[in-house]
Design a protein. Structure first.
Length: 86
């Protein structure tokens, strides 16, 4: 059976998770650090990463502040700017 095309919703969810994980790796934050800053339990944090539509606006704002990444970038409305290496 051929593989089906990924729906835009699933693709968007994966991009949000990917941008959060990218910010975590760049800043050196662990899942525990992020759960604390989002004011959720560790298990809820992992559930949110699996199902990003469950994030509340308040949680996303706290994540945005912790990662020093605009909310628009996390949601995919703005591109992630590349750092110029001098």
């Amino acid at each position: 059976m051929p593989k089906l095309r990924t729906s835009p919703t699933i693709r968007s969810d994966r991009e949000i998770t990917g941008r959060i994980k990218y910010g975590m790796s760049i800043n050196g934050y662990s899942n525990n650090d992020m759960a604390l800053s989002a004011h959720v339990s560790r298990s809820t944090w992992f559930d949110r990463l699996k199902n990003p539509e469950g994030f509340t606006l308040a949680e996303l704002r706290r994540i945005s502040q912790k990662l020093r990444m605009p909310l628009e970038v996390i949601l995919g409305a703005a591109p992630i700017e590349q750092q110029k290496i001098s």
